[in-house]
Design a protein around this ligand. Sequence first.
Ligand SMILES: Cc1ncc(COP(=O)(O)O)c(C=O)c1O
Length: 386
Amino acid sequence: MTTPVTPAFPSKLPNVGTTIFSVMSALANQHHAVNWGQGFPDFGCDPKLLDAVTAAMQAGHNQYPPMPGMPQLREAVAAKIAALHGTHYDPHTEITITAGATQAILTAILATVHTGDEVIVLDPCYDSYAPNIELAGGVIVRVPLTPGSFRPDFAKIAAAITPQTRLMIVNTPHNPSATIWTADEMRQLEALLAPTNVLLISDEVYEHMVFDGAQHESAARFPGLAARAFIVSSFGKTYHVTGWKVGTVAAPAALMSEFRKVHQFNVFTVNTPMQVGLAAYMQDPAPYLELPAFYQRKRDLFAEGLQQTRLKLLPTTGTYFQCVDISEVTDLNEADFCQWMVQELGVAAIPLSAFYGDGFAQKVVRFCFAKQDATLLAALERLRKL
Ligand SMILES: Cc1ncc(COP(=O)(O)O)c(C=O)c1O
């Protein structure tokens, strides 16, 4: 008998290989480095949230919830958006609970992008967007944010819009640059898209991490954007539970009904006890209202330490990331510098070039400061040499 052979088949994502995130994490483990690269907290969540989820499980909330999510959680999400942004989404038809923001974004893309449709992304961007568009058969159109300031360049965005443009993806607060869009920029986007049929995914997973008294300018605040937008958020980021993978999408009913057609046959729904626990926990707004102060203190602690080095800090106005310019410190490019840093100093970071389709390098690396103070101080000690 001959040994059975696995049939060869063409890859759906031939350009996806091992990412810098996996490379850096593997190196970080190998060198027992402080992992400042990947974006997740090294501290626990509020014990009250654990109690709420445990209570939900013990109360028997362990079977399939409704396809769009538990009604009480959708109601809590709609109430939060109304309270913060003054926009009313119907929890029955306009809010869906997803398996993290990652699934929300993929599902929104699969629900709207047809073969050959163009999708505009602003580089640098989160690494799931491009493969998601490719899976949907779309054409990725990359428009760079202005190097250095990371501001949107509306002339370039306008020039990229064609009759084939189906969708645009924006992200504020922005990973990796740690910048936030202003109300004026949101209005410019609203005006630019007004005469078009372009849909929008507004990735707002860091919505509660904005600093120095700034306001998160959700697409929900701009009627012309809200009317065309899937607004995506993540409980993982807001409540320090990235491993739970629970996210939300808000969109007008016409968009949401198409979204749910894909969601129904993609994941169908999201685990029940987390949803019941999150709904109970959301009744108190304090945890998300206090998040800006919580992370601003960490940002400042971290920045103070980095200022003792020759790394040049870029402004962090949102997210839990800090970008630094390495040009004073090294002749290496940012990817090689990150490899060197993890091996020699035991500190992992991510080169910004990893977030660009063409690997554009500008000598900037990204650190994540969602870490316990002790972790931040220990790694700052290692960076003193720079
Ligand atoms: C910009 C951005 N969007 C989406 C996600 C994914 O969020 P989730 O963990 O809820 O899938 C992340 C996670 O790092 C992110 O940084």
